[in-house]
Design a protein around this ligand. Structure first.
Ligand SMILES: *Cc1c(COP(=O)(O)O)cnc(C)c1O
Length: 515
């Protein structure tokens, strides 16, 4: 039964698998008893102390993920550096931990920058990204010797003006887009194609390079962030090959080519390949069965087909054309595959390592976000009601809105869910259900895919969503319907915990009291 793992009663096994098998939660999660034990404390302690919903991240796993990337560089390309994409989990405490492991931070706002500086990360280990940087943030980057990732030609001109005023020559990269990468990932998170708000189109670079010599900006190379959850190795190889070509042009113009930054996007394998195949088959079979008069097997909300293309016969095809929640090369394995793969530079295909050597061994920078924090975090939320929709389909109404679950906003999440209350109790058959949030708008769906739970939950039961440490519930968190943003907790290996967000109070939501 291919779905067994999805409905595995072992909450521990689920969390372990959710990172592609590489996570180690053995001393973090214990689901063997009547009550789940999390970082040495029973679940009731956590809910009494922090209320629900609640997000808890393992510092140990976060560090292990980061070391994974650093170790790949050590083994294959010592001139590699990591800049954690700060937006994936923003807090000075998180940034401090990243700094302790030897990485810098990619920041994209004044407060992300401030948090990184307050965490003690030196300016030269900070990269400034963003497509609409204000003068203040550019000036601060110049003052702190950060690397400025330039998003547009007007921005380059503005940086030059501000650099001249400060009598400095800041280090910079040119961020590129306009690649034809096809359907490598979901469009909402594909940031290097033609229709993206990010970057300078690669076709404009040859004409731009001769202008650099007149500017007080040291352009050291190029940057491309393809997008998030990039499971296609070829997308990275294509982008890297192109940037190495442009690096040669940069040198021809008399500049050094010191840095090539291939961005973030290293995927988390939220499901196993077999689970993913089962899921896609269920979406397809459910659609076809419904068309043939049996709606009971519908697996995707409203009998949609997700990223399955439609065949001429009006039925979905078998190939998924969007974001994958299974990854052949999860996390740092993708970086390793890039380094051990082949790139094409000016029509010649060669080993990546040879191509980098041929380009003068530039520093290779990666900006992982999701792959560092994603499988380190888990979300707990309470069941309000179990109801039915469309007459036959179970749907849970949960006490948490979609704004705390970014995956459900930007894509079609296929995370692993489990009942965390009495984690060992299970029904003979898994309980397959849609999941809705508690906000007053119809798009507030936590899972448009049926999730398989080990039993039918009842009101009050706490559910756990594994591998929700990235972006959720940080990036889109809002006080929609005046619900407080949940507490987020970082637990270190010694069991000590700290807030990365304290649950909002009534006064905070409405800016009452205080000064
Ligand atoms: C968001 C972002 C990243 C991180 O992407 P992940 O998919 O979380 O690894 C890296 N670089 C830039 C410029 C980004 O905007």
């Amino acid at each position: 039964m291919a779905v067994a793992a999805v409905a595995d009663p072992s909450v521990l096994a689920m969390a372990q698998e959710a990172g592609g098998g590489a996570a180690d939660f053995t001393d973090f999660l214990d689901g063997t008893g009547d009550e789940l034990v999390l970082a040495g404390r029973p679940l009731s302690w956590w809910t009494d102390t922090f209320d629900l919903p609640l997000q808890v991240s393992s510092g140990k796993q976060l560090r292990a993920n980061l070391r994974g990337f650093l170790d790949v560089f050590k083994a294959h390309y010592p001139k590699g550096e990591v800049r954690f994409a700060g937006k994936a989990d923003t807090h000075p405490t998180i940034f401090k931990l990243i700094g302790e492991e030897g990485a810098g931070i990619d920041v994209a706002s004044p407060y992300e920058m401030k948090a990184a500086l307050e965490a003690g990360i030196p300016g030269h280990l900070l990269d400034l990204n963003g497509n609409a940087k204000d003068d203040g943030v550019i000036e601060a980057a110049i003052a702190h010797d950060m690397l400025i990732v330039i998003d547009s030609i007007p921005e380059l001109e503005r940086v030059a003006t501000l650099a001249a005023a400060a009598q400095k020559t800041p280090r910079a990269l040119l961020r590129l887009s306009g690649y034809d990468l096809g359907a490598v990932t979901a469009s909402a998170i594909f940031t290097a194609g033609l229709w993206t708000k990010f970057g300078i189109n690669i076709d404009e670079i040859p004409a731009l390079l001769p202008r650099l010599k007149d500017m007080p900006v040291r352009v050291l190379g190029f940057h491309t962030h393809i997008g998030s959850q990039i499971t296609d190795l070829n997308a990275y190889l294509a982008v890297l090959g192109k940037m190495l070509e442009l690096g040669a042009l940069l040198k021809e113009e008399g500049h050094a080519f010191e840095i090539v930054n291939i961005g973030g996007g290293y995927p988390v394998s939220y499901l196993t390949e077999a689970e993913w195949d089962t899921l896609v088959t269920r979406i397809r079979d459910g659609f076809i069965a419904a068309k043939n008069g049996d709606p009971s097997k519908i697996w995707l909300w409203d009998n949609a087909v997700g990223a399955l293309g439609m065949e001429p016969d009006g039925m979905p095809g078998k190939t998924w054309q969007g974001e994958l929640f299974w990854a052949k090369y999860p996390k740092e394995k993708m970086l390793e595959a890039i380094l051990l793969g082949e790139v094409t530079v000016n029509g010649a295909t060669m080993k990546t390592l040879d191509a980098l050597a041929g380009a003068g061994t530039p520093t290779l920078v990666v900006e992982p976000g999701r792959s560092i924090v994603g499988d380190a975090g888990m979300t707990f939320l309470r069941t309000a009601f179990v109801k039915q929709i469309a007459g036959i389909h179970p749907m849970l109404a949960m006490e948490m809105g979609v704004v705390f679950y970014a995956e459900a906003i930007v894509g079609l999440p296929a995370m692993k869910w489990a009942v965390a209350t009495e984690p060992n109790r299970r029904d003979p058959e898994p309980f397959d259900t849609f999941v809705a949030g508690n906000l007053c708008f119809n798009a507030d769906m936590l899972s448009r895919l049926k999730v398989s739970l080990q039993r039918k939950p009842v009101r009050g039961d706490i559910l756990m969503i594994a591998a929700t440490g990235a972006y959720s519930p940080t990036f889109f968190a809002a006080n929609a319907n005046s619900f407080p943003r949940p507490a987020r907790i970082l637990v270190e290996a010694d069991g000590s915990w700290s807030y990365t967000h304290r649950r909002d109070t009534y006064d905070e939501i409405f800016s009452l009291g205080g000064t």
